[in-house]
Design a protein around this ligand. Structure first.
Ligand SMILES: C[S@@+](CC[C@H](N)C(=O)[O-])C[C@H]1O[C@@H](n2cnc3c(N)ncnc32)[C@H](O)[C@@H]1O
Length: 275
């Protein structure tokens, strides 16, 4: 990767200006935003994220662009913002990044998954995100207390093209968060479920399979990569897998040859797994 991009630096926040009193900055290219994430954010923000997750988000961004998938970006379980800041590279035009976390109400973090902090998240928005912070909406809430009407209201009636599920890791949290995600997801958008198949967080896997067998009406998994399971909508699933497979073969032919990327069946569906 080239180092820090001056194109993004132009829009970094400077002291004395708030994000809201400036005109909306123009979108920068995904490549420039990824350079900025890798050089300025990844090492500065505490969190849990695979070192190659940015490559997958880049390929998903290409698919979104090719298929003109739009909508907001939502994360349930933000901690200090690391994955949400990576997902920000997918944001375009007036799309929002909605950050939902119990943050300073840690008594509601009943399984002690992570430890959100509103002060740290806000300081990262100020110091690392600058004028783009005007696109962030902070929601200090227990996701179990959200219903679909309220979530639709937070999104202003617009759908989400990306929902990251990484809040409470119990069966109940994951089941409930997947219910919310499937109702707000844009056709062809993605849901990312963190800690799937993690031995320390078995509730995530159990919650996912319980959802798939009793409540799923829209989603199919298409990729398992560095601890995260990615899903998209049923009607767009086959196309998504084909486009992603072609991109993986183009970018990582040696890893395909040595079967690090492997076609698998997961929950009965065609999926790609990376190990
Ligand atoms: C594993 S951390 C999230 C990591 C984050 N996605 C990242 O990129 O680093 C889990 C987060 O979920 C929050 N959380 C736990 N239970 C929650 C709940 N019921 N509703 C909302 N947030 C919750 C915690 O405060 C914590 O910040």
């Amino acid at each position: 990767m080239p180092r820090f991009s001056p194109q993004f630096a132009r829009f970094r926040w400077t002291p004395g200006r708030t994000g809201r009193d400036t005109a909306p900055p123009p979108d920068i290219s995904r490549a420039a935003a990824l350079d900025y994430f890798n050089s300025q954010i990844a090492g500065a923000v505490e969190g849990w994220l695979g070192d190659r997750m940015w490559q997958v988000i880049d390929m998903i961004g290409e698919i979104f662009d090719e298929r003109q998938i739009d909508g907001h970006i939502v994360e349930f379980g933000v901690h200090h913002g690391l994955f949400l800041f990576l997902l920000t590279v997918l944001r375009r035009n007036d799309e929002k990044c909605v950050a939902v976390d119990v943050f300073d109400q840690q008594d509601l973090n009943i399984d002690k998954s992570g430890n959100g902090s509103l002060a740290i998240f806000k300081s990262h928005l100020d110091n690392l995100i600058g004028p783009y912070k005007q696109y962030f909406q902070i929601v200090q809430r227990d996701t179990l207390s959200l219903d679909i009407g309220e979530l639709n209201g937070l999104l202003g009636g617009r759908r989400a093209k990306c929902v990251s599920i990484d809040a409470g890791h119990t069966v109940h949290h994951v089941f409930s968060d997947l219910l919310l995600a499937q109702d707000v997801l844009q056709a062809g958008g993605i849901v990312a479920v963190d800690d799937f198949m993690s031995v320390h967080w078995p509730g995530v896997t159990e919650g996912f399979y319980r959802f798939m067998s009793t409540a799923n009406r829209r989603l199919k998994p298409f990729l398992y990569f560095q601890n995260k399971l990615f899903l998209t909508t049923i009607s767009e699933h086959a196309t998504f897998v084909e486009l992603l497979q072609a991109k993986i073969e183009g970018r990582y032919p040696d890893e395909v040859r040595y079967v690090r990327w492997k076609p698998v069946e997961l929950a009965g569906e065609r999926c790609i797994a990376f190990a």
